[in-house]
Design a binder for this molecule. Structure first.
Ligand SMILES: [Zn+2]
Length: 319
């Protein structure tokens, strides 16, 4: 038997249009049973997901995990949104707004079974919603850990989720990691769940990092440690040219060209490795042979350090 409450759950999620009264009601799937361990015939209540899956569970276990569940399962309360007084298999049915996928993971946290693997960031967001709704803060650490582990994989999505749930430390770590992405990739389906002011702060932070990283190519203070750049001396009559900015530094022609290109690249992608492919040796010099592989690697290290230090000076917003 399909409950009225379940019907309402399904219809409330349907987008109404002015002529919706003339449309057919949305199809309601048949109620199905969850798989083990939520099919135990010894269970004493049923939790029904909003997509029509019944989970047979033990209310004592869930009542310990969640004061909200404990209150919900008190049958002395009058019928409510969750408790419709419907029964199935002789057990009271409680209708929840979570879908079966989220409910399955939530219940596995409560049960003495292996904790669910949390790789999908959408799942983590829905679970964070659920554990807050049901006051199950005891599982925060587990979800925060899963969220932190995903920073390298998808920093923008992690930032969005952490911002939504006011997880400032994780949002900050994710924001710092976004400099590994170009500005054009600062998007994710999860961003629509983040506070707009935090999204703007992230964009501003990334842009400021880009400015700081790009400015490194205009500075000359870090040249002192670079083996390919020499002050006040033209070391090769063929490939060595003066700094076009008017400083006293001399260097290989291709190096100056690369620095100019990197300035543009770093402004929207403030991560040295993004510019690395631009730094190449030019054609071998007939007179001096051009930059050696070793000296070029040393130059990249100097450049990388200067970029990292410049980006590190950008104040990180409070998320
Ligand atoms: Zn040369």
């Amino acid at each position: 038997m399909k409950s009225l409450r379940y019907y309402l759950c399904a219809t409330m999620s349907h987008t109404h249009s002015p002529d919706s009264e003339f449309q057919s009601p949305p199809a309601i799937p048949d109620i199905q049973d969850a798989s083990a361990p939520f099919d135990d015939v010894r269970a004493d209540i049923i939790l029904r997901s909003c997509d029509g899956i019944d989970f047979r569970v033990f209310k004592n276990i869930l009542s310990v995990a969640s004061p909200v569940f404990a209150d919900m399962f008190d049958l002395s309360h009058p019928p409510s949104a969750n408790n419709t007084r419907e029964t199935r298999h002789g057990l009271p049915v409680f209708v929840l707004s979570e879908d079966a996928r989220t409910l399955d993971r939530l219940l596995r946290f409560c049960y003495p079974v292996r904790s669910p693997q949390l790789k999908n960031l959408g799942d983590i967001r829905l679970l964070l919603e659920a554990i807050r709704k049901y006051c199950m803060d005891v599982f925060d650490d587990h979800l925060n850990h899963a969220l932190s582990e995903a920073i390298d994989r998808d920093p923008v999505a992690v930032f969005a989720i952490a911002s939504r749930f006011e997880l400032g430390d994780i949002a900050t770590k994710a924001a710092l990691r976004t400099v590994w992405l170009p500005f054009s990739l600062l998007n994710s389906p999860e961003m629509k769940h983040a506070p707009v002011e935090h999204i703007l702060l992230l964009m501003q932070f990334h842009a400021l990092c880009g400015e700081a990283a790009s400015a490194v190519t205009m500075r000359r203070d870090w040249f002192i440690k670079c083996p390919l750049l020499v002050e006040d001396r033209r070391f090769c009559d063929w490939c060595c040219v003066a700094d076009a900015s008017g400083s006293s530094w001399w260097g290989n022609r291709t190096l100056w060209i690369a620095l100019q290109k990197e300035g543009q690249s770093l402004s929207c992608h403030p991560w040295f490795n993004a510019a690395k492919p631009l730094i190449k040796t030019g054609p071998p010099c007939f007179y001096c042979g051009g930059p050696s592989v070793t000296s070029l690697a040393a130059f990249k290290r100097c450049f990388s350090n200067a970029v990292d230090k410049a980006v590190a000076t950008v104040p990180v917003p409070k998320f």
